[in-house]
Design a protein. Sequence first.
Length: 247
Amino acid sequence: MLLDDFAAHCWTFIAVSKKTVENYRGAYLRNISHSLGQREISEITKREFLELLSPLTPPNYFQTLMATRVIYREAINRELLSESPVASIKAPKSRPKPQKFLTWEEVSNINFGKYDQNIKFLALHGLRWGEAVALTTEDIYDGKVHINKSKYGPTKTESGVREVPYFGYFTPFPKTRRAVANALSLYGVTIHSLRKTYAYFLKTNDVHVTAAAKFLGHSDPMVTLKIYTLVRDNEIDEIGAKLRAKL
């Protein structure tokens, strides 16, 4: 069977979210299909995949490798071949750059125009974009936001189904994210960075990391802990003053 044909079949049944399928399909079409798509799936070598992957940026490399691993995993499950040429290819190591984010105090003092309510809601509740777009007023009751779906279908993970305290500012979200992203870009931040705003808001109000992980929909509290270890410059001065007072 040709690699393109089996890949197209894979996207219809693999057990991941619609968004992940879109990402995998896009990475495969950009980086693999044009060179290897019309080859027999059982004849392509590890070296050929490495030659295609090596020029890619680390994020693109990772996404493409994950997509290709899924394809070959499913091919093995269906006994089309016995070994995957990409199984032993290591994912790239990259050192993530610290991402800028705004504190709630900063967000609350900015007028983001038409999307001000949307942005403030995200900053105070930590929803992913897909979760926010799917949210309706019926999902907000008893002083809580009840998150149980995404615009792509189910939440990203089982832990994505959660409840968080409601602090106001909800208004229905636009279907596309571009305008909201543009409003934030003027301040050097992204939609996703508002989840860091929320995490930092929880941290500075003494919410324990395990509770914060639940509020953020993280299945692994270690992911939340990485955000909790972010320290802004003004914190260094504040912590120093507190420690000097103790001494």
